[in-house]
Design a binder for this molecule. Structure first.
Ligand code: ATP
Ligand code: MG
Length: 564
């Protein structure tokens, strides 16, 4: 892929602003998550965009928690979000902010609007407010409380804050235009009463600002220049502008919208992810099948692969669906040269090499990654009893099967050529339990004689006496449908793949992996890329398969059916 970068529409806007001096040459962005769930790959797109623009143009990017809804928010999420942004490789330096830090200032702005006759306290119930709002084809009706005097509004708003009224009894609304074609301008609610403790401000407040009110003002307070959000906020932009201009705030930020990321075979919204977690469809927010950053990390995704993915998908204004195969492709590209390549037998079949002495162990030198000699080599123990992959033997093989079969020869990777002499079966079940083979001592890998002898198949193996036991978890997509949102009456859980997790408890790995620390990446030859899971304990290694070796994205591209 070409390394030449094209300019996306937001970069074009920034470059124009820099030219005209619109923000005095400054570029200041923010990433504003609501701490009501874990971050997902869609957020990664927004993080890479906001922090990336700041880096590219010598600007700044803030991390701001948009914590205006205390009932759904939690400190657990605040912590996980910070960890995930840092893990992706970005830094907010000393600019970690909370919308709740601005509650007092926001309150003052609301009072200012009331004094200007631009906001009023409304006693309609939430249901009545909805009825009065009208529809896209019908104008709304004015609230009977719209004409309240400034004095009465100031008094009621102060008493709302003081806790005199129950939840839902009153709201503060902007006074804009009940006939506006844009529903967001039909006297939107700015504050609601909610007697709920906040994870930062405790019981100090019982009124909380709405997102549409808090967001533009928080941007302004922080000196943000380019406030970048997803397309569903396009219709909110007139309100964003109305608030800043009505309050006469200068210099002021401007909002720009881009298309959110959608990925095939997964769901993205925090609400849906939370359902998967709470209903036990997955093992937690960091389940390796989830598109959460925590899940991707546990699965074995690297920060570089996620950043590369975000670079490749680009930033546009049209909604689209990205094939999850592209994400997997980015991980393969990143790990291909970095990950040591080991031998791991996931479904072991015992092989006894009859002409190899029982008391002998040879150590065979083997490079960790033939494409990257810098990773060095290890000594692989070879002995009389080994294990190979059960699938690598067939008693009655079809023509194109080049692996082991009775009377056939294969090469053992980094070792010798062996020949299958006999098959031993369980007398009652008939199951194959062992193969009896012989080896050819003249065929040791790396020796000149070895090169003279050609066999078609090469198998991975481990020495029985030296192998390390491990649990290996294999994953498939969490959903059976490309777009789970389109499933059975809107309930995406109907499309959950019942076979998304396969646990193999009795795998055997080569001994060099014994000390592997959680989070380390490996390629298991012929099986894919794997990562050590945090469930690993002394004596009990647990691995997740990150991706298999088959690159379906490369295939999609060759077939000319690329999404982009
Ligand atoms: P969700 O719908 O998943 O709950 P959200 O938009 O409510 O997401 P926020 O915490 O409000 O989540 O999002 C923080 C930032 O991340 C916002 O600027 C939002 O636009 C952006 N963002 C959220 N989801 C995506 C996505 N799928 N693609 C790109 N950006 C996203
Ligand atoms: Mg949100």
């Amino acid at each position: 892929m070409s390394s030449e970068k094209s300019t996306n529409f937001i970069q074009a806007i920034i470059e124009e602003d820099l030219k005209t001096g619109k923000h005095g040459g400054r570029v200041h962005t923010r990433f504003p998550p609501e701490p009501n769930g874990y971050l997902h790959i869609g957020h990664a797109k927004s993080i890479c965009l906001n922090f990336g623009l700041a880096l590219q143009y010598g600007g700044l990017c803030n991390l701001r928690f948009d914590d205006t809804n205390p009932s759904k928010e939690d400190i657990e999420y605040v912590d996980s979000i910070q960890r995930d942004v840092q893990w992706l490789g970005f830094s907010w330096d000393d600019r970690l902010f909370y919308a709740s830090d601005y509650f007092e200032q926001l309150y003052d702005y609301a009072v200012q609007l009331i004094k200007m006759g631009k906001a009023y306290v409304c006693d309609l119930s939430p249901e009545e407010i909805r009825q009065y709002r009208g529809t896209l084809t019908e104008p709304g009706r004015e609230s009977p409380y719209r004409g309240r005097s400034v004095e009465e509004n100031l008094d009621l708003f102060a008493r709302m804050r003081a806790g005199e009224f129950p939840d839902g009894a009153r709201v503060l609304r902007a006074k804009i235009d009940m006939a506006s074609p844009n529903l967001n301008l039909r006297d939107p609610v700015l504050y609601r009463i909610q007697h709920t403790a906040h994870h930062r401000t405790g019981d100090k407040w019982c009124i909380y600002p709405m997102y549409d009110f808090a967001h533009p003002l928080s941007d302004a307070i922080e000196g943000i220049t380019h406030s970048i959000c997803t397309l569903e906020f396009e219709d909110h932009r007139p309100l964003y502008d109305w608030l800043l201009d009505t309050l006469g705030i200068k210099p002021r930020p401007y909002q720009y919208e881009f298309a959110r990321l959608n990925l095939t075979r997964t769901v993205m919204s925090k609400r849906k992810l939370r359902r998967l977690v709470e209903e036990g469809h997955v093992r937690g927010w960091d389940d390796p099948r989830l598109p959460t950053i925590a899940g991707l990390r546990r699965r074995g995704y690297t920060p570089a692969s996620i950043r590369r993915f975000c670079e490749l998908i680009g930033v546009a204004r049209a909604n689209s669906m990205v094939d999850i195969a592209l994400l997997e492709h980015c991980l393969r590209e990143d790990l291909n040269l970095k990950a040591p390549r080991l031998m791991a037998v996931l479904r072991p079949l015992k092989v006894v090499i009859e002409n190899y002495p029982a008391d002998r162990v040879e150590y065979l030198e083997a490079e960790y990654n033939q494409e990257n000699p810098a990773l060095g080599t290890r000594q692989l123990p070879f002995s009389r009893v080994i294990y190979i992959e059960r699938d690598d033997f067939m008693e009655d093989p079809p023509k194109k099967f080049f692996r082991l079969a009775p009377g056939r020869e294969v090469r053992l990777k980094h070792a010798y050529i062996i020949k299958c002499e006999r098959v031993i079966k369980d007398e009652t079940t008939g199951e194959i339990i062992e193969l009896r083979c012989t080896y050819d001592p003249e065929t040791r890998s790396g020796t000149p004689q070895a090169d003279a002898r050609k066999v078609k198949g090469t198998l991975h193996w481990v020495s029985a006496a030296h192998a390390v036991p491990a649990e290996v978890r294999l994953y498939d997509h969490l959903f059976t449908q490309e777009n789970p949102e389109e499933v059975a009456e809107g309930d995406f859980t109907a499309a959950i793949n019942p076979r998304s997790l396969e646990v193999l408890e009795n795998c055997l790995l080569e001994p060099s992996v014994q000390q592997a620390a959680p989070g380390s990446h490996y390629q298991f030859l012929r099986h894919g890329f794997f990562c050590v899971d945090p469930d690993t304990r002394p004596g009990r290694l647990v691995f997740n398969r990150s991706v298999s070796l088959k690159d379906s994205w490369a295939k999609i591209q060759q077939g000319g059916r690329a999404g982009k």
